[in-house]
Design a protein around this ligand. Structure first.
Ligand code: SF4
Length: 494
């Protein structure tokens, strides 16, 4: 039984970060890697703040955890120091809690009852507890391959090895199907490998989980673009079902700002992928920010990843621009009784290290030199409104134009859905107006026996949603292959 007064006895304490100067000198994770004993005692105190609410909003519902993580249960187990049971209960709903503990912006914390009142001291530090359980589980050897003792005789191909594909593959393998994951890149992990910088999640965290999947029996094929290197006819012949987990990596471009054609202006992923490859030992980082005045357009997750990458590459300056106003957490907004997520999360550790941010501004034009390379941006203050038809419009609020240096401009203004790929043409699958792949209530696309999950279905979203969809599609595929399924299905298609 949880202590209902725990939150009155203990203050919320977030995980400690390494000093900014030290972080900038390497690519390792931002947070301090505490010894097991210290981490354990600190996290037990944080877990003890949980009241074990009768209606735990953190755990489910429209605002809580999409995976239905059993948060009050494992908070209490951690409070009591029962890491083994906590690990069991956490893994019951989440295949990869070490990913979500590091990367998820924690909608559960925004939904926590303690987040409503400032007097309560803030939400339970759920994300920190989750990561600690996952890391302790690995440290203590509690994470073991869970091999299936049955074989269905059915074969499933999973196309894409990001979090959705890996979750689907693990669930289906454990259900007794023969699963092969195809990845077009040379290494596994999708966005987790080449999109997320090392300072947010070191790749050894991904590799140890992949090793578990291999031991369980999931097969992996890298460097294979399904639809090209493996034809749809071969795919159909070899597999009884196919899961598309191909992500939504088509970056939104800026097609209207004068000067966009200048050299030195790139989509965010053109910067992040080679930088992450360099961390894997693949040589030079491609678009290198070293010595450059870097301007990042877009205030979200991807922009922050570019920000931390550029500062670590040794940029002369880094400036991130956002059309929206400064987040409430940075204003004196103590009067509001309501949680400020996701606004509060628009400040990332990378922003504390170096560089500058400007809010409520937009680029009016890019200015180049005689060689056609961007050298400056012209900025105006703006506000974002909706027009009569409900469309978002950006309105200048000042006549004044600021001219700032810019040798490298990175566009981190979102994603527009699934990239063009021959596989979809060959399967006869059309994209929606959002650039995503639609499906029925059984996660099946317009191509019979072909299912979809993750960003390819949902559009670019959180890692926790990718895992939730991967688990749900596994239930649907299992049902399709065998007529029923005991696998969990935490979410329904949108
Ligand atoms: Fe604990 Fe907060 Fe969830 Fe309540 S809402 S059970 S206090 S984590």
């Amino acid at each position: 039984m949880a202590d209902p007064y725990g939150f009155l006895k203990h203050d919320r304490a977030d995980a400690k970060k390494r000093p900014a100067a030290e972080r900038l000198s390497d690519w390792n994770e931002v947070y301090l890697d505490l010894d097991a004993e210290t981490r354990g005692s600190q996290v037990r105190t944080q877990a003890a703040r949980c009241m074990d609410c009768g209606v735990p909003f953190c755990h489910s519902g429209s605002a809580g955890c999409p995976l239905g993580n059993l948060i009050p249960e494992w908070n209490d187990l951690v409070r009591r120091g029962d890491w083994e049971q906590a690990s069991d209960r956490l893994h019951a709903t989440n295949n990869f809690p070490e990913f979500t503990g590091r990367l998820c912006p924690a909608p559960c914390e925004a939904a926590c009852v303690l987040a409503i009142s400032h007097d309560a001291g803030g939400a339970v530090a759920i994300k920190r507890v989750e990561q600690a359980i996952a890391d302790v589980s690995w440290d203590q050897g509690l994470v073991k391959p869970a091999q299936s003792h049955v074989s269905s005789g059915k074969r499933v191909a999973v196309v894409g090895s990001g979090p959705a594909g890996l979750a689907a593959a693990q669930q289906l393998t454990r259900a007794g199907h023969e699963v092969t994951v195809y990845e077009r890149d040379d290494r596994l992990g999708g966005l987790l490998r080449y999109g997320i910088p090392e300072f947010k999640m070191e790749k050894k965290v991904l590799d140890r989980r992949l090793s578990q999947l291999r031991k369980e029996g999931t097969k992996f094929v890298t460097g294979c673009e399904v639809g090209v290197d493996l034809t749809v006819e071969q795919l159909r012949e070899r597999f009884d079902a196919v899961v598309l987990a191909v992500g939504a990596l088509r970056g939104r471009d800026d097609t209207t700002t004068p000067g966009r054609e200048l050299a030195g202006i790139h989509l965010a992923m053109e910067h992040l992928v080679p930088a992450n490859r360099a961390c894997e030992g693949d040589g030079a980082p491609g678009i290198d920010a070293a010595g450059k005045h870097v301007v990042i357009i877009g205030g979200g997750d991807t922009g922050a990843d570019c920000y931390g990458t550029a500062t670590r590459q040794g940029a002369a300056s880094v400036l991130q621009l956002d059309q929206y106003p400064q987040p409430p957490s940075q204003r004196d907004d103590e009067r509001s009784p309501w949680p400020v997520w996701p606004w509060i999360l628009r400040t990332y550790p990378a922003h504390e290290e170096a560089g500058e941010r400007k809010f409520a501004v937009a680029v009016e034009s890019f200015v180049g030199d005689e060689d056609g390379h961007v050298r400056q941006i012209r900025l105006r203050e703006v506000r974002v409104e909706k027009d009569a038809s409900g469309r978002r419009v950006v309105v200048p609020t000042s006549e004044e134009v600021q001219v700032l240096p810019a040798d490298l401009v990175l566009l981190a203004i979102g994603f527009e859905g699934v990239e063009h790929m021959p596989l979809l043409d060959a399967l006869g699958i059309d994209l929606t107006s959002r650039g995503t792949i639609s499906c029925g209530s059984d996660w099946q696309t317009q191509a019979p026996g072909v299912f979809v999950c993750g960003d390819a279905h949902r559009g670019a979203s959180l890692v926790v949603w990718a895992i939730a969809e991967g688990r749900s599609v596994a239930n649907a595929v299992d049902r399709f292959l065998t007529g029923s399924s005991d696998l969990p299905s935490p979410v329904i298609p949108n």
